[in-house]
Structure formats: structure tokens, C-alpha cells
Design a protein around this ligand. Sequence first.
Ligand code: ZN
Length: 484
Amino acid sequence: MRCIDRLRKMPYSLQRPLRRVYGALPPSLAYGGTFWKTYDFLRESQYWSREKLEEYQLERLGGLLHHAYDNVPYYRRIFDERGMKPGDIQSLQDLRRLPCLTKDKFRESFAALVATNSNAAGLPMAHTSGTSGKHLAIYRDCAAVQQELACVFHQWSRVGFMPGDRRVEIRGIMIRSRKRYEYDRAFRALRLSPLIEDVDTAGYYLRLIGDFRADFLHGYPSAIAQLAEFVRQYGLAVPFRLKAVLLASEVVYGWQRKIVEDVFSCRVCGLYGMAEQVTMAGECESSSHYHCLPQYGITEVDAESGEIVGTGFLNYVSPLIRYRTDDIASDIVAERDCCGREYYPVFRQVEGRVGDYIATSRGLFGPATITHYFKKLNHVRETQLIQSDLDRIVVRVVPRGGAGDGARAEELERLRRDLLENLGPHLHVEIEEVDELERTASGKFKWIVSDVSGDILEERFSVGAPAAGPSMVNRAGPGVRDLI
Ligand SMILES: [Zn+2]
């Protein structure tokens, strides 16, 4: 009964009264023993030395590897094929002797990756989302759910969030009914649909948030930035004061952070995590750099591509070891002077998934580069880039109401020329005006959807790479420590 995820699987008629009971409980009882054990441990260990954190990681890794060898057929085979035993991994560097696990491999070997000593059939599943249709689902047990929540709340505590605090969420559900919200009593969260298509909806949301009297707004950067855009464009009044905006689940672009900070006049705090639970990273009190949580798992960053590779300590039902996330960490921060935590690695931002890159004959272009050409647009409300092959990009735009067609056409033609000039003259750039942009089933938005960049990166980094995958480094300051 302590696992809130089990509750989510129940029929809604049963969920409602149970959620009411949860909501009435004080946080000390509602979140469960594993939550509090993890939360207290994170508070206690957050200022441990690098050596002590590494020692802890090695101990957790040992437990995970023994479990994987004894109970997970896929990993038993991986060890056997190499003539290795878990005891052969004596250091974090030794972990590199095991191969990386790609998403395709995970999908292919799904059943063999489930621990035989777990009662997986009765467990809830966490789903990843993606506009490319490559969805993944993974089992999670109650302990992993509670530990995950404790890690998220630990990250949010940097900006004053306490377990039990109320928050408004703009994420996760697409409610198309007139009401457009639901109240989750168990989590004390007012949940709003992330699709904000007009100024009336924006005004309605502002009133709902004000009436709910929450100190924290949590959700997709695309949706919260959209709300902020409407506030700015139409001069809407903001009838509340927030302690922080907590962004999650999508890449955070600089312009989104800026407009949200300006409009809501509060700290904006990003969190990076995933349903597969292999790594988690968040900002600290005094810096917007993403600090990976060493107590959560081991995070490696590919030296060449910057891809994040993680080994998670939480999930014992489907353990993932050296899992390739497809996410790119940009600008590893070796020297830092912020909060005193020795968390590692630390990076400036998550640049996007490999599919978030545009690949042309001139090279790979990340969102931070491309977004530059879109900054000057005044007559469109939203944009999205779709790349189906190497020499063709479709830019979808949602026109902003009130602008003259002529001015918009002129602006879009300038954008087209800018893209050609910078991404490659042989590119075919098509502009398409639409009423609404493509989102995932949960309303998540991807700005760049490229069917080709993933394959190109895959090719580039797998050719000639050693059996253990591309060279990985785990960088942390001071200095760079190579895991090879
Ligand atoms: Zn810090």
C-alpha cells in the first residue's frame, strides 16, 4: 500500500478514495519508509568527500553486479562470454570492461534483462516517450519509485522545496476536457494539461495557479515558456508569487529559461532524469550547472560525442549497466566553486538527445546553435524542425495572431536563408504553417525531430570502437579523471 505507483494502476473509481486518504496523511507517513531512508541518506551524504562517494559507489556497484550475474540472464551471458565474474570489477575503471547497452539492445533483450527473482508481472511499468515512436517501457518496484521520489525532492530542496509542499504541474497529461486539470491529492499537485494553445487558456491557467496557492510550478519547459510568452505578449497579470519554477523532462533552452525567469521573477531550476533510472542530475543553490547525483548511479560521459551513459543503482528488477541514454552533455565543468558538493560529473547543460541534432553534409548542429536563427522571429508563436533525410528540413511554424501575412512571410524567408547559409547551401528548407505542433501522447514536445542524426552519430562512434564501446571518461573537478 505504500507504493503510489501501484495506486496509479488501479481503476480510477478505486484510486479516488485512496488518493484522498494519501492526501490526508502527513508526509512522514504518506511517502513510505524507503523514501525517508533515502531522503535522509542524501541529506547526510551530500557533502561527503569525493573519495567517500566513490567508495560508496563501488560498494553499490558490487551489489548490483552480483545481483545481475546471479539473476539476470542477459548479464550472466555478458559475464560468461568474457570469462568474467562480478568480483573482477574492482574499481570504477574496471566497469569499462563491460559493454554499453543501447536502447535497441534493451528493446531486443527486454525479457532477458528482467531479474528472475523479481515478481515483474505484478509491477507497474514506467514509460519513456519520444516523438520518433521509439517508446520504451521498464519495470519498477516500489522501492525504486520511492527512492526516485526522494532523489527528486533532494534536488528540489536546493530551492526550498520540502516533502509535502504543494505544487502545480504542467506536464504529463493531455486533458482536453473543458476543465483541463486534475488534482492529485496523493502528491498535493494540481496537474494541468501542457497544451496551451491560446491566450484564454493561458489566462485560465494563471487564475488556477493563483487560486491553488502553490509556491512551486513544475513541468515541461516548452509549456511553461509558452505560458510566459502569452503573459508577455498580452500583458496578462500574474496573480501569484512563486519560490521556484522546476523544469523537467525536456531539454531546457536558454531563451526558455530567460523568459520564465523574467515573467515569474523567481529561480528556475532544471532537473535531468529518465524513466530508465540510470542517472539523475540537477542544479544547485548557486549554479545552473547539472550535478550528477553519485548516490543514484554511475554516470559516464563519452569523450567524443558527449553522450551520457549511466549505471543506475535503484532498479533491481531490470538493472541497466552502462546504458546509453542518447542524451548529450555539453561543456563538462572540471573546475567549480558553487555549493561545496563533490558530485560528479558536472556539466553545463543537457544539449539534447542525439535525435535533437540536425545532421547535414556540413556536420551536426545542436539546438543551441540552431536556436540562434529563430530568436529574431516575432510573427510566429511556436516552431519545430523535422528532418526526414540528410538534405531536407521542414520548419513547422504556428503563426502568431495579429501579424500581417506579409511581415510574417518576409521574416520566414529570412529564416530560410539563414538556415541555408549556415547549415549548408544544398539543403532543402521548407516552411510549413500549421495550427498545432506534434507532441507525444503525454504532451511532451521535441523542438528538433531528426530521423538521420541518431544513425550518423551511431555510425561515427561505433566504427573502430573497442568491444567495450566508445571511449568513456568520467570527468569531475578538479582535473579530469579518465575511466579507461
Ligand atoms: Zn553546486
